[in-house]
Write a protein that binds this ligand. Structure first.
Ligand SMILES: [Zn+2]
Ligand SMILES: [Zn+2]
Length: 140
């Protein structure tokens, strides 16, 4: 729970009080192997020692998102998924079972493409997001 602790400490330094819901949410996201939807988060929180209502969960997500600790990922089905903000990365999304996992890609080729786009379109690229949709090993 290193990340959860670090984030709570940082927030405390900035004058934000520690709340049970915030801590539980951060722990849930830290232990998750993949980005989670709000229902996923609620299900996991429900098996914990305390329960939190949906409004609280949404409020905490919004807060942590604005503070830059949580990032939101919206896939083709328009369901928002949340994960701890971390180094830039991409995802593999199974269109059958819905499993989402991180994947490493060669960023150098995208950087080169970004420079080309900037030149051609006169558009300054700051970031990109890219997800791969397909069938996971067990769904093939
Ligand atoms: Zn699958
Ligand atoms: Zn990338």
């Amino acid at each position: 729970m290193e990340t959860t602790k670090r984030i709570l400490d940082e927030l405390k330094t900035n004058g934000f009080r520690r709340s049970a819901a915030r801590e539980a949410l951060l722990r849930t996201l830290e232990t998750a192997q993949s980005p989670l939807s709000v229902p996923d988060i609620e299900r996991r929180l429900a098996s914990g020692p305390r329960s939190f209502n949906k409004t609280t969960v949404y409020r905490e997500i919004e807060f942590l998102k604005t503070a830059g600790y949580v990032s939101e990922l919206t896939l083709r089905n328009d369901v928002a998924l949340y994960e701890l903000a971390g180094p830039h990365h991409h995802h593999l999304v199974c269109v059958d079972c819905g499993t989402v996992r991180d994947v490493a890609v060669k960023e150098e080729s995208w950087e080169c493409e970004e420079r080309r786009i900037e030149k051609k379109e006169g558009f300054r690229v700051l970031d990109h997001s890219l997800e791969f949709f397909g069938l996971c090993g067990s769904c093939q």
